[in-house]
Design a protein around this ligand. Structure first.
Ligand code: SF4
Length: 373
């Protein structure tokens, strides 16, 4: 049988740079069963296959309706079902992903003499979930129905020994009671690793910090700082981390913005949310940490939509965030640029927040420098 696999995010989003794990697992399963699988790189090719699978991670990835109605197509993923996405059948879930699925696609993308770094997750990493689930039930999260973090796949289930690095997609690894045994299995490989969804610094104990940082962490260590009300615990844990281990890695925090926990979405929410976002960036600057802005989908309906875009473009480029204030970043786009206009309009409405437009990484870090990179 000829099986066509569609990574819908890849077809719709030109900047997509991460493989779909479900697609690789399905491909692995059918190959083991003796079938031929291929990654479909254009919807025009779909007639050539006996069976089709289509997956997407992002809810806003467009898939033509006529594709979804094909009788030989099965579709799934958080992009369709969000927090209600059904898991893959056990025999697919617990099998080695087919890391060759994207090979032709990558070969077509890579140009001689050009850096391969953009495609490193397709070529260098074994990818999987050591644990799944989380106890926090954050309202905005695909895990909101989960109650705890439990072991999912043993490392040997998805580790390809020829790949030099490991990437874990765990939701809240450190909340799993068996974190130490699982982390030991990672350390024993001697491979570089990262937890791509971020770790929960708020629950992190000194023993966890010591063990985690004793390993070969990949270039950036990711945490989350989604709620300004966590500022005390985040600061306390960053102080503890500083005392517990020598940190020579870049520390980056996902910073969620545009989510109203009260669920009211009143007009005065947005100014406050921009303030909370920039205040979190300031706290992180003081610890010489990077901020990576994650915009909740409602940001597109905000009167400050442009301001959210400008803050994201500034923060999410470390070279800009570490060297320029937000005002300088906007000015550099040109005095008639949209970024400049967004910042000026925001300041007119919220002059009390002007100080945030001028804060700078080096100056803030000098108040409380902890880590360097
Ligand atoms: S802590 Fe993270 S993984 Fe857990 S529910 Fe909240 S956002 Fe999701």
């Amino acid at each position: 049988m000829r099986v066509g696999i569609i990574d819908a995010d890849l077809l719709y989003r030109p900047r997509q740079r991460f493989p779909n794990l479900a697609c690789m697992k399905i491909s692995g399963f059918y190959k083991r069963e003796g079938h031929r699988t291929e990654l479909i790189q254009d919807y025009k090719e779909i007639r050539r296959y006996d069976r089709l699978f289509l997956f997407k991670v992002f809810t806003d990835t467009y898939v033509p309706n006529e594709i979804l109605q094909l009788e030989n197509l099965t579709y799934g993923g958080t992009g369709f079902y969000y927090d209600k996405a059904p898991p893959l059948p056990e025999e697919m879930e617990h099998g080695m992903p087919d890391y060759e699925l994207y090979q032709d696609y990558i070969q077509g993308k890579m140009q001689p003499g050009k850096s391969k770094a953009a495609y490193k997750f397709y070529t260098d990493y074994s990818i999987g979930f050591l644990t799944r689930g989380c106890f926090r039930q954050c309202e905005f999260c695909v895990n909101k129905n989960s109650k705890r973090s439990v072991p999912a796949s043993p490392l040997e289930e998805f580790m390809d020994s020829s790949r030099k690095k490991l990437c874990f997609l765990d939701d809240n690894f450190l909340a799993c009671r068996e974190w130490e045994r699982l982390l030991d299995s990672v350390l024993e490989t001697g491979k570089r690793f990262q937890f791509r969804q971020g770790l929960d610094l708020r629950i992190m104990q000194e023993s966890q910090m010591k063990k985690l940082f004793s390993g070969k962490l990949d270039d950036t260590v990711l945490f989350a700082f989604d709620d300004i009300r966590d500022r005390d615990v985040i600061e306390r844990k960053l102080d503890l981390l500083n005392r517990a281990v020598p940190v020579h890695k870049r520390i980056k925090f996902y910073v969620l913005c545009g989510f109203d926990r009260a669920g009211l979405w009143k007009p005065d929410f947005w100014g406050q949310d921009i303030r909370d976002t920039l205040e979190r960036a300031r706290i992180l600057m003081r610890y010489k940490c990077l901020a990576y802005i994650m915009r909740y989908e409602k940001c597109w309906q905000s009167p400050y939509r442009g301001m959210y875009i400008t803050i994201s473009r500034w923060c999410n480029q470390p070279a800009q965030y570490a060297k320029k204030s937000l005002r300088e970043f906007a000015a550099e786009q040109g005095e008639n640029s949209a970024a400049c206009r967004y910042v000026q309009e925001f300041e007119k409405k919220h002059p009390e927040l002007s100080e945030y437009l001028d804060m700078k990484y080096e100056e803030e870090a000098s108040h409380g420098a902890v880590y360097g990179y």
